[in-house]
Structures are given as structure tokens and as C-alpha cells.
Design a protein around this ligand. Structure first.
Ligand code: NAD
Length: 292
């Protein structure tokens, strides 16, 4: 069987070109989309993500500003920052880089972002709208997964989709997107997690298997159905002395082991990863268009 490699890089390029064109049109009308990224503390991974977001903004013509704060910022001070950004006319999207220090209640912070500027799709109003099938900002990784499936004409209708992982940023929004009665929905969805029994019995029934567990190579060839589609969300760093950095990035799926049994699969890196930032750009554009 010829396996299709679902390239997130290719899909990302396609979306970015469309976003860039839309932004050029807006600029002709004197409108420039703006994204504010709030970064608390000095976590190296968070800094890398934030830098990469601001680089992508500048490539696409989005105005962006990063607001760095020390780890000791209080919850009240951070809420003041959010409220100021809510009122800022130059800013269409607000993103607070997670995780936040333990003394800050993440839910309380997200709750203070205006839902119409919540380009991460984490605000309870946006999540609630998603559940009842109303238009809302959808969190970027699930939106990116849908964009990949659409780009490669992989319909989910009537299929059994199995998701591994029930996080608020991946598993739960995905579940709510895929079973909806709409143009790109109507799947039968099973969600699995760390307490699921007989995991392989469930995964081997999946027409489409989406894995977001953060567990390197946990999905092996014996756990999947012949001809299925595999979406690997996992990003795991594993030691590898043969590389310059001393590590390499792998997904949650044993790519080499499964690739000849499946009809399509996303690689790691280069699969879901590049889509997340692209969908953030798409949401920022969307947020801007909604203000016109
Ligand atoms: P999380 O830790 O919040 O959730 C992991 C989920 O997987 C949990 O619900 C847990 O119950 C489940 N799980 C863990 N081990 C399991 C097992 N052995 N069997 C069944 N279920 C198991 O993680 P998250 O934030 O959703 O991220 C998951 C993975 O996706 C991580 O590797 C993360 O780096 C990656 N991720 C990638 C992107 C991207 O842009 N590609 C975005 C977000 C997350």
C-alpha cells in the first residue's frame, strides 16, 4: 500500500499564502492585524515558542508585540495587563503563553481575555460555543489537525475517530469538532486517556487515530487498523548522542513501524507542529476581520 505522508509544512504554506494575501488587502484599507503575546517568567521552551510566533507574524504582515514579565508578577498585576490589552485598539488577538507560574490561576487569566480577542480559543465562552456548534475561535492545534484532513480530502463523516488524550487544548476541543453535525464533522468519536483499559482494542478499531499523549512511540503497529489514517500530535524530546544537540524529536507513534500499514500519516516533526502557529495567525486575521 502506498502511504500518503500528510505534510503539515505543505498545508501550512498553503494557509500562510492565503493569510498573507488577506492581510495585504486589509493593509490597502489601512487595517493592520495586531497580536499581543504575554510571556511570564523565563522558561526556555516558552521563549522559543513566543519568538517563533512573533517571527511568523512579521513574515505575514501582522503587527505583534511581546510583553515579558518576571515570574513574580501577581495575578492582579497580570489581570491589569490583560484589561489594558482588551481596550487596545491596535490589538486584535491576545495570547498568554502557558504554563503560568503556580501562584497564578490560569483559568482566571484566560477568563479575563475578551472572547473576541481570544485567538487561542481557550476562553470558556469560545469553548462553550464550540460544544453547541456555534462559530467560535477554535484552539490552534485542533484547528490545524482539521486543516490537514481537509487539505488532503480526508473526510471524517461516518468514520470512527479515536483520540488519545483529553487535554483542554487538544483532545477535548477535537472531540467537540469532529462529532458536530456540520460540513466537516459527523464522525463517531471515542476519546481515550491514561485510565482507559484495553487501549489497543480501541485503537485497532480506529479509521482515523489521533494521538496527543506526550508518550514517545507508544503507538505500535499491532495497535492500529490496516489502511487507517494516523495523526500524531506528540512532540517528545528523546536522547540521541548521534545528533549535534544530543536529542531528537519524536511523536507518540512509532512512525517507521506503522508507516507501511496505514494509508496516511503525519510525520514528527513536520506534521501537526507547523500548523499550530499558522492557525494562530488565521485566528488573528479572523479576529481582525470581525472588527470591520
Ligand atoms: P497533556 O499532558 O495535557 O495531556 C496528555 C493526555 O494524554 C492526557 O489526557 C492523558 O490522560 C493522556 N495519556 C497520557 N499517556 C497516556 C497513555 N499511556 N495512554 C492513554 N492516554 C494517555 O498533553 P497535551 O498538552 O494535550 O499534549 C499532548 C502531546 O501533544 C505532547 O507531546 C505535546 O507536546 C504535544 N502537543 C503538540 C502540539 C503541536 O503543535 N503539535 C500542540 C499541543 C501539544
Amino acid at each position: 500500500m502506498k502511504t500518503k505522508i500528510l505534510s503539515g509544512r505543505e498545508v501550512s504554506k498553503f494557509y500562510k499564502n492565503k493569510i498573507r494575501e488577506n492581510i495585504l488587502d486589509l493593509k490597502k484599507k489601512g487595517i493592520i492585524p495586531g497580536l499581543a503575546v504575554v510571556l511570564v517568567g523565563d522558561d526556555p521552551a516558552s521563549k522559543i515558542y513566543v519568538n517563533s510566533k512573533s517571527r511568523t507574524c512579521s513574515k505575514l504582515g501582522i503587527f505583534s508585540k511581546t510583553l515579558p514579565y518576571p515570574n513574580k508578577i501577581t495575578q492582579v498585576e497580570l489581570i491589569t495587563v490583560i484589561e489594558k490589552l482588551n481596550k487596545d485598539k491596535q490589538i486584535n488577538g491576545i495570547l498568554v503563553q502557558m504554563p503560568l507560574p503556580l501562584h497564578i490561576d490560569e483559568f482566571e487569566i484566560i477568563n479575563r481575555i475578551l472572547p473576541e480577542k481570544d485567538v487561542d480559543g481557550f476562553h470558556p465562552e469560545n469553548l462553550g460555543k464550540l460544544v453547541i456548534g456555534k462559530e467560535s475561535f477554535v484552539s490552534c492545534t485542533p484547528a490545524g489537525i482539521l486543516a490537514i484532513l481537509k487539505y488532503y480530502n480526508i473526510s471524517v463523516e461516518g468514520k470512527h475517530v479515536v483520540i488519545i488524550g483529553r487535554s483542554n487544548i487538544v483532545g477535548k476541543p477535537l472531540l467537540n469538532l469532529l462529532y458536530q453535525k456540520n460540513d466537516f464533522g459527523n464522525a463517531t468519536v471515542t476519546i481515550c486517556h491514561s485510565k482507559t483499559k484495553n487501549l489497543s482494542k480501541i485503537t485497532s478499531q480506529a479509521d482515523i487515530l489521533i494521538v496527543a499523549a506526550g508518550n514517545p512511540n507508544m503507538i505500535t503497529v499491532d495497535m492500529i487498523k490496516e489502511g487507517s489514517v494516523i495523526i500524531d500530535v506528540g512532540i517528545n524530546r528523546i536522547k540521541d548522542k548521534s545528533t549535534k544537540k544530543g536529542y531528537r524529536i519524536v511523536g507518540d507513534v512509532d512512525f517507521e513501524g506503522v508507516k507501511n500499514k496505514v494509508s496516511a500519516i503525519t510525520p514528527v516533526p513536520g506534521g501537526v507542529g507547523p500548523m499550530t502557529i499558522t492557525m494562530l495567525m488565521q485566528n488573528t486575521l479572523e479576529a481582525t476581520l470581525r472588527t470591520i
